[in-house]
Design a binder for this molecule. Structure first.
Ligand SMILES: [Zn+2]
Ligand SMILES: [Zn+2]
Length: 157
């Protein structure tokens, strides 16, 4: 599926191919929450990095968080004009790019079950809206975004 996204002010537009477009993955880590997740979490998608096309890249900036006293290699790309969080790229997984569902303009499919992860970083005021089939993790689940789609038979080409 082709995902098309943009920042709020329109200075940055991007598109990326994703065989795994279901927005099921809710991250409650403090970085996602503070930079991208007003409701207490951000929804991370997965796309193919070599298909990423960006218009207005000169308006983007990169934030690399400090984790345990070290600068994370994960690059959080955002619009320097309007502050919209756009995607995460991590050179440790160079074939992947992780757009935030909040930046996507394409209509996304509704996930039949969701994952709530990094709950150890969740503040008390953030209540998990959990449905019956949802799964919760204190940290990261072992199952990747691609594996989640494969298990549910939701792979797309
Ligand atoms: Zn913008
Ligand atoms: Zn996160």
């Amino acid at each position: 599926m082709l995902l098309e996204g943009s920042c709020h002010c329109g200075a940055v537009r991007f598109r990326v191919m994703s065989p795994h477009p279901y927005p099921f993955n809710r991250c409650y880590c403090s970085i996602c929450r503070k930079t991208a997740g007003g409701g207490g979490y951000a929804v991370n998608l997965s796309g193919e990095a070599d298909s990423l096309v960006v218009h207005g890249a000169e308006h983007t900036s990169i934030y690399q968080a400090e984790i345990d006293g070290r600068t994370s290699p994960g690059e959080r790309h955002f619009c320097a004009r309007c502050a919209s969080a756009l995607w995460v790229f991590d050179p440790r997984w160079p074939e992947l790019v992780h757009p935030f569902a909040s930046a996507i303009d394409s209509e996304l499919p509704i996930p039949p079950e969701r994952v709530h992860l990094m709950l150890e970083s969740k503040p008390d005021w953030v209540e998990i809206e959990s449905r019956e089939r949802d799964r919760c993790f204190a940290g990261y689940p072992d199952e990747s975004i691609a594996e989640w789609h494969a298990r549910l038979g939701l792979d797309e080409e």
